[in-house]
Design a protein around this ligand. Structure first.
Ligand SMILES: [Zn+2]
Length: 344
């Protein structure tokens, strides 16, 4: 009874005191971003659709300067982020942290100038000094954007009403601008790297960078603000299942176990809205564990990666929107390659 009373009372209190939009204390709308103030001087930056940003960023103000986590998908999107930062502070951006090497989080860095310190995991450094222009995830994104432009062009040609044409034309302009923005791409590697942890103490604020193991990539960082109990997770934790095409699915749940040892109330993911419900992390952990077991089982039965991807039964994860048989083929193929030692 006591427990029940407590739960009801807590629910009522949460309802009264939690802000309406989940993570924001105050929201500042700029030309290109929605900036959610999640703590004093800390803003979660989400593109408002004016141009293609793809990933979220975090703006952390210190006494004399600003630290940014992730920089969006192109230098143009990075410049839009700089302009949005100018709406909330005049302080210079001295440091950009890469949550991981993926193009949609790292390719905006040139917008921050030549003098900026870029901090990332050693694996991020290896990836961005390797052959980033030929990384399969980057190449498939280019194909996807080209396909989108071609499809919209065809739809525009076939459109019958003025309203439809207007709508398609504006979508086409949006995606063409993004494709053109690729001409400026320049892959800038971290200027400072870490393997396990790094803490920035400057400017009245502690910023912790943690590596807990491989997950979405070989070098995912969690950026943790202990005083504010906030963690920015990049793509190692999203609201649902993350892209697994560069992932280490069999290690992912263990890595997230490390993340969960941090004392946070608010998770800010690399895509999608922030959330406070830690059960979402449990849900994706269970999915990666079950996917690992299911793929191993099917592989042991002699199925090819294609067959296993079609047959994998993960329908117990309906909380993550899994309602049908099957798993992502790219993920399963990669899991086969890792099991067979074709990749490390
Ligand atoms: Zn990613």
């Amino acid at each position: 009874m006591l427990t029940r009373y407590f739960l009801i009372r807590t629910a009522v209190l949460l309802f009264i005191f939690s802000p309406p939009s989940g993570s924001a204390q105050e929201v500042i709308d700029t030309d290109t971003h929605r900036l959610e103030q999640v703590a004093d001087g800390v803003y979660f930056a989400i593109g408002n659709g004016a141009l293609y940003t793809m990933s979220n960023a975090l703006i952390i103000e210190r006494d004399e300067d600003v630290v940014v986590v992730d920089s969006h998908i192109t230098p143009a999107a990075g410049r839009a982020l700089v302009d949005s930062i100018r709406v909330v502070t005049d302080k210079p951006v001295t440091t950009v942290i890469n949550s991981h090497f993926h193009y949609d989080h790292a390719n905006g860095i040139p917008a921050f100038g030549d003098d900026v310190e870029i901090i990332g995991h050693e694996v991020t450094y290896q990836k961005l000094t390797g052959d980033p222009a030929n990384e399969h995830t980057y190449l498939s994104s280019l194909t996807r954007f080209d396909n989108t432009v071609n499809r919209l062009q065809e739809e525009l040609t076939a459109a019958t009403s003025a309203e439809e044409r207007r709508d398609l034309q504006s979508q086409l302009d949006f995606w063409r601008a993004h494709v053109e923005a690729q001409d400026e791409i320049e892959f800038l590697p971290p200027t400072m790297t870490l393997r396990e942890t790094l803490t920035l103490h400057r400017g009245g604020r502690e910023i912790q960078l943690h590596y807990f193991g491989r997950a979405h990539t070989g070098g995912d960082l969690a950026i943790y603000l202990p005083e504010d109990r906030i963690v920015f997770t990049g793509d190692m934790v999203l609201g649902g299942i993350s892209y697994m095409g560069d992932g280490y699915v069999s290690e992912w749940a263990d890595t997230l176990q490390g993340l969960k040892r941090l004392d946070f109330d608010l998770v800010l993911p690399g895509h999608g809205p922030g959330f406070r419900d830690r059960a979402r992390i449990d849900n994706v952990q269970a999915y990666y564990t079950d996917l690992t077991e299911e793929v191993r089982r099917l592989k042991d039965l002699g199925y090819s990666a294609e067959e296993a991807a079609a047959r994998a039964d993960l329908r117990q994860h309906d909380a993550l929107g899994v309602s049908q048989l099957g798993a992502n083929l790219e993920a399963v193929q990669r899991m086969y390659d890792l099991i067979d030692g074709r990749i490390e």
